[in-house]
Design a protein around this ligand. Structure first.
Ligand code: PBG
Length: 329
């Protein structure tokens, strides 16, 4: 009987050697917390996202204080627009005193060191729930939408947003936004491009949260968001956004798309962010609430896996919990 000289289990035997050989370590520095803001003072639960709430501006400051205290570097803001403010042309998106613009100003005044990321896309503001302006046939117009997105991004930068994050998937929008920011003197405003954003059914709970689901109805976003079956196209989108002036790129959703994350990171070596989206959160929550999964263990495993695949940071509704869990660990 012969015995193996190489026994991988030796290194796994004790905590000290497991820790020494660990390649990927998740910390609060890797987390971005998405927050839904609305015009009301009260906190409002979101049925399909237990533990996530829509908050008013006062509570937003409380959230920001807690996030800062936990060492989370940045928040990402998502507005819940009042139905009356929505239109086919989405001009509420670039109102100087709009909800997002006021939220950014309030945050930067109180917590100047906390990064503020804003979503550049028209879907919270359109009466039809699409991310852009439509022609008579219902097709999302590219270049007219980009003009609106430029106005929106400029208004976010003027309010003090540190990072604008176009999540719309129109062609050429990064270059147009970058040019306009430079012309307007916003040379430090970073662009986080949602470069490889897929037409995913995992966004369902988010659309409930911002109230675009009912407006969208049975329509989908397949004429601009990417086909889940594709990978080469993701690299092409990332390359274009980088050439046009993106500082960071994003892959979205997260866990079902880790092959894309790895390819993007290997091919470009640029700051690569991942959005662990609402449906991913909802699945973990629902299974945990049924007692079928250990929430803390599974959420942390999903996040470390996203980082292991090549992500430098993760937008996650688990950011606050994860930062707390990591402190306790
Ligand atoms: C809107 C936007 C979406 C998400 C972020 N920005 C939804 C969509 O494209 O329909 C999804 C985030 C999530 O599901 O958590 N442009």
């Amino acid at each position: 009987m012969s015995y193996p000289y190489t026994r991988p289990r030796r290194m796994r035997r004790d905590g000290f050697s497991r820790r020494l050989m660990r390649e990927t370590v998740l910390t609060a520095d890797d987390l971005i917390y998405p927050v839904f803001v609305h015009e009301h003072a009260h906190r409002e639960a979101i049925a399909s996202m237990p533990g996530v709430e829509r908050v008013g501006l006062d509570d937003l400051l409380r959230v920001a204080e807690e996030a800062s205290g936990l060492g989370i570097p940045a928040l990402a803001l998502f507005p819940v627009t009042e139905p009356a403010a929505k239109s086919t042309t989405a001009e509420a998106a670039w109102a100087g005193d709009g909800l997002v613009q006021r939220a950014v100003m309030a945050l930067k005044q109180r917590f100047p060191q906390l990064g503020v990321i804003t979503d550049v896309a028209l879907d919270p503001y359109t009466s039809h729930g699409q991310d852009g302006l439509l022609d008579e046939s219902g097709y999302v117009l590219n270049d007219a939408t980009v003009e609106a997105l430029v106005r929106q991004a400029l208004s976010h930068a003027a309010a003090g947003a540190d990072v604008v994050a176009p999540s719309d998937m129109m062609d050429g929008r990064i270059g147009q936004i970058r040019g306009a920011l430079e012309m307007d003197g916003h040379v430090h405003t970073r662009i986080l491009a949602y470069s490889a954003k897929y037409a995913s059914a995992f966004y369902g709970p988010f659309r409930d949260a911002v109230g675009s689901a009912s407006a969208l109805g049975k329509a989908d976003k397949t004429t601009y968001q990417m086909d889940p079956a594709n990978t080469d196209e993701a690299l092409r989108e990332v390359e274009l956004d980088l050439d046009e002036g993106a500082d960071m790129v994003m892959v979205k959703p997260g866990l079902p798309y880790l092959d894309i994350v790895r390819r993007v990171k290997d091919a470009f070596g640029v700051p690569t962010f991942v959005y662990q989206v609402s449906g991913e959160y909802a699945m973990l929550k629902a299974a945990s609430q049924n007692g079928w999964l250990d929430e803390r263990a599974c959420a942390l495993e999903a996040l470390v896996s996203i980082k292991r695949a090549g992500a430098d940071a993760v937008l996650t509704y688990y950011a606050m919990d994860a930062a707390r869990w990591l402190r306790e660990a």
